[in-house]
Design a protein around this ligand. Structure first.
Ligand code: PRX
Length: 654
C-alpha cells in the first residue's frame, strides 16, 4: 500500500507496520543497484566481494586469497597491496577528474572553500610530507583532534598515504578523553587546530590539546591549523603551524603501498566498561565496503551533490564523508557548524545553494527540525533532493514521515541505514530502487550480509518475534579487533552467542521479514545518535571528590532519543544542593566532553541493588521514566526504591 500524504489521518493513530512506500517506477528505472545483487551475493558471498574488490580497488599488487577466516579473526584480500589515498585521489586525477569538486566546504560564519580532486591531492601530499618530517612512518599512529574543516580529511588521507593509522578524536571530547586515546594508541603526532566555530562562537581546541599533551609521552610534535586567527600559545619545538610546516612541503609524495590488512585507522567507541575500545579498521576490505555501500545505498551518480551532515569525528564521517565518497569520486558538501546558526533553516539554505541531491543525517537532527516546524524547510527550494538517509538510532515513524514529506517532497526514497563503528559500513538498509520501505524499519540486510534475530539461547526467532541482532558471516569492513586487546574483542562480540557476532542491539522481525531495530540491550545509551556507556559517566561522577557512588541510565527524550539521567550518592558530610548538581554535571563534561553532561541529576541516599550487590538498572530506568515499578522481590532493601521514586519528581533538569 502506498500512501498519499494529504489523505493521511493523524500519524499517531496509525500503526507503522501498515504503511509501505514502494520505490517509484522512475527511480527504479535509473537506480544503480538492482535486486539481482541479493541472489548473486547469496550464491557465493566470497566471490561476490572478490569480484567487487577487483573492480573497485586499484591494486599495486592483486590479492591472492579473498578471505582467511579463523573465527573471530578475519583477513580479507591477503597478498594484495594498495594505497587508500591513491584510491581516493590520484586515480581520479589520472583519469581526468582533477577539476571535479571533492568538497564544497561551508564554514559556520559563512566563509566557503572549494577543493577539487587535484587541490585535495596536492594538499594531502604536502601534509604527508610534513608528517614524514615529524618522523611518521608506515605503521605509526597519528591522533587528529579538529573541527569540521577541510584540513581534517586532508590529515586523514595524509596518514593513509604514508601507511600510518589515524585516530580521530571528536572535537567535543575533553582533554582527558583525548590523552587517554593518544596513550592507548601510542600516537606519535597530534594534528589539531586553534579551534572552530559553533553556534556563532569560536570554540577553542588547542588548550584542551595542551592539557592532554602534558601526559602523552608518545607525542613528538603537533601540527596546528589556524582556523580562528591564531592568538594561542605555541610550544617551541613541539607545535608547528599547518600554514608553515605543511605549506612549505612539496606537493609530490608517492603513495606508500600497504598490505590489504594494514591498519587504516583506530576509532574509539564506548562499551560496557569504562575504558573506550580502540576499534581497528584495515585498508582493502574497509575501502571496498565503504565505497560499495555508498554507491548502492545512496544511488550515487557522477553528477550528484552528496551531503553527509555528520561529524568526521564519528564513524559515519569516516566512511561516508571521507573514504566511501572519495573512493567513488563524489562531490560532497561539508559544513562546519550547527544546524540552527544563524537560524533553523541553515541546512535548507545549503541544500538550495549547492543543489544537494543526497542528504544523510541522524534522526536526532530530524526531530530537532520537526520541533521547529515545516516553515523553515518550506522557505527553500529542496527539489534537488532525490535520496534521503538516516543513521545512528532508530528513526521513529513520525520523524520518518516528516522527513519524507517536508524534506523529500514526498518523492525521495528514505534509506534507514543500520550499522556501527565496529561494522565499518552499512549492513542493514533498503536499496532505494528496489526495496519497499516501511517508516521506522531499516528493512533488510545488505547483499552479502547474514543477519539473524536470535533468542537468549542463540536460536533464530520466527518471523513476528523479537530478540538479539547477530551477524553470522564475516564481512570485508568488519572490525579486525580492539587495539591491543584480542581477549576483549572475543569476549565483547563473539562470546554471547558462539560463532556469531553480537551487535548489542535488540531487533524485531515482522511477518514480512522486515527488521525493526529496538536499541541497545546492554548498558550503553544512545544520545543523539552517539553511543555513550553508562559506566563511563558513572566513573566520571565518582571521580569527583563529593561523590561516593553513581548510577546512570538513559531516559527517553523527544529530541536526542535518550537523555542521561544520573543518580548520585554523596560522600558522608556532603550536602546535596543545586550548586553541587551543576558542578557535578560540569565535572562530567570536563572529564569526558559536553556530550556526556547528564541532563538530569538526582541525589539519593542509596541505590536499589540485588542481594548480590548489582545495581538494578531496570528499576532505575523505570524511575527515570516515571513508570510503574516492576518486580522488586530481588531487592536487598525495597524501601530504597520508594525513597528514590519520591524524589524523582524533583530530579533537576539541565
Ligand atoms: O544501537 C545501534 C545504533 O547505533 C549503534 C552504533 O553506534 P555507533 O558505533 O556510534 O555508530 C553510529 C553510526 C553508524 C548501533 O549499535 N544505530 C545505528 N544506526 C541505526 C541504529 N539503530 C537503529 N537504526 C539505525 N539505522
Amino acid at each position: 500500500m502506498s500512501v498519499d500524504p494529504s489523505s493521511r489521518p493523524e500519524i499517531e493513530n496509525l500503526l507503522a507496520e501498515a504503511r509501505t512506500f514502494p520505490p517509484s517506477a522512475e527511480f527504479s528505472a535509473q537506480a544503480t543497484a538492482t535486486a539481482d545483487l541479493y541472489a548473486e551475493a547469496e550464491a557465493d558471498f566470497e566471490a561476490f566481494w572478490a569480484k567487487r574488490a577487483h573492480e573497485r580497488i586499484s591494486w599495486f599488487t592483486p590479492f591472492e586469497t579473498t578471505l582467511e577466516w579463523d573465527l573471530p579473526f578475519a583477513k580479507w584480500f591477503t597478498g594484495g597491496e594498495l594505497n587508500v589515498s591513491y584510491n581516493c585521489l590520484d586515480r581520479h586525477v589520472e583519469r581526468g577528474l582533477g577539476d571535479k569538486v571533492a568538497y564544497h566546504w561551508i564554514g559556520e560564519p559563512g566563509d566557503t572553500r572549494t577543493l577539487t580532486y587535484r587541490d585535495l591531492l596536492g594538499e594531502v601530499c604536502r601534509a604527508a610530507n610534513a608528517l614524514r618530517e615529524l618522523g611518521v612512518q608506515k605503521g605509526d599512529r597519528v591522533a587528529i583532534y579538529m573541527p569540521m574543516i577541510p584540513e581534517l580529511p586532508v590529515a586523514m588521507l595524509a596518514c593513509a598515504r604514508l601507511g600510518a593509522a589515524h585516530t580521530v578524536i571528536f572535537g567535543g571530547f575533553s582533554a582527558e578523553a583525548l590523552s587517554d586515546r593518544i596513550n592507548d594508541a601510542q600516537a606519535k603526532v597530534l594534528i589539531t587546530a586553534d579551534g572552530g566555530w559553533r553556534r556563532g562562537k569560536p570554540v577553542g581546541l588547542k588548550h584542551h590539546a595542551d592539557e592532554a599533551l602534558a601526559s602523552t609521552p608518545s607525542i613528538n610534535g603537533t601540527i596546528v591549523v589556524d582556523r580562528l586567527g591564531g592568538g594561542i600559545h605555541m610550544v617551541e619545538g613541539r607545535d608547528h603551524w599547518w600554514h608553515e610546516i605543511v605549506a612549505r612541503q612539496s606537493d609530490v609524495c608517492p603513495p606508500v603501498p600497504v598490505e590489504s590488512e594494514q591498519m587504516l585507522y583506530l576509532l574509539y567507541t564506548s562499551g560496557t566498561t569504562a575504558k573506550p575500545k580502540g576499534i581497528v579498521h584495515t585498508s582493502a576490505g574497509y575501502l571496498l565496503q565503504a565505497s560499495f555501500t555508498h554507491e548502492v545505498v545512496f544511488d550515487v551518480k557522477p553528477d550528484d551533490v552528496y551531503w553527509c551532515a555528520a561529524d568526521i569525528g564519528w564513524v559515519t564521517g569516516h566512511s561516508y564523508i571521507v573514504y566511501g565518497p572519495l573512493a567513488n569520486a563524489t562531490t560532497g558538501v561539508m559544513y562546519e557548524g550547527a544546524p540552527d546558526t544563524p537560524d533553523w533553516d541553515r541546512w535548507w539554505q545549503i541544500v538550495e545553494d549547492y543543489k544537494v541531491s543526497i542528504l544523510y543525517c541522524a534522526p536526532t537532527a530530524i526531530r530537532a527540525f520537526m520541533k521547529q516546524g515545516e516553515t523553515y524547510p518550506a522557505k527553500h527550494d529542496l527539489s534537488s533532493l532525490r535520496v534521503l538517509g538516516s543513521v545512528g538510532e532508530p528513526i521513529n515513524p513520525e520523524a520518518w514521515l516528516w522527513y519524507h514529506d517536508n524534506i523529500g517532497g514526498g518523492r525521495a526514497p528514505i534509506v534507514d541505514t543500520w550499522w556501527q563503528t565496529e561494522t565499518g559500513a552499512i549492513l542493514i538498509s533498503p536499496l532505494p530502487g528496489v526495496t519497499t520501505t516501511k517508516p521506522g524499519s531499516a528493512t533488510f540486510p545488505m547483499p552479502g550480509i547474514a543477519v539473524d534475530v536470535v533468542d537468549a539461547k542463540g536460536d533464530s526467532v520466527p518471523l513476528g518475534g523479537g530478540g538479539y541482532l547477530v551477524l553470522k558471516r564475516p564481512w570485508p569492513s568488519m572490525l579486525r579487533g580492539i587495539y591491543g586487546d584480542p581477549d576483549r574483542y572475543r569476549s565483547t562480540y563473539w562470546s554471547r552467542f558462539p560463532g556469531m557476532y553480537f551487535a548489542g542491539d535488540g531487533a524485531k522481525r515482522d511477518l514480512d521479514g522486515y527488521l525493526w531495530l529496538l536499541g541497545r540491550v546492554d548498558d550503553v545509551m544512545n544520545i543523539a545518535g552517539h553511543r555513550i556507556s553508562t559506566i563511563e559517566i558513572e566513573s566520571a561522577l565518582v571521580d569527583h571528590k563529593s561523590v561516593a557512588e553513581a548510577a546512570v541510565v538513559g531516559k527517553s527524550d523527544d529530541i536526542t532519543g535518550q537523555a542521561i539521567f544520573a543518580f548520585v550518592i554523596l560522600r558522608a558530610g556532603q550536602e546535596p544542593s543545586d550548586a553541587l548538581a551543576v558542578q557535578l554535571r560540569e565535572h562530567v563534561a570536563y572529564v569526558i566532553g559536553p556530550i556526556a553532561r547528564p541532563k538530569y541529576l538526582m541525589f539519593t541516599p542509596d541505590l536499589p541493588k540485588t542481594r548480590s550487590g548489582k545495581i538494578m538498572r531496570r528499576l532505575l530506568r523505570d524511575i527515570a521514566e516515571g513508570r510503574v515499578l516492576g518486580d522488586t522481590t530481588t531487592l536487598a532493601d525495597a524501601n530504597v526504591v520508594d525513597v528514590i521514586r519520591d524524589k524523582s519528581g524533583s530530579a533537576e533538569e539541565d
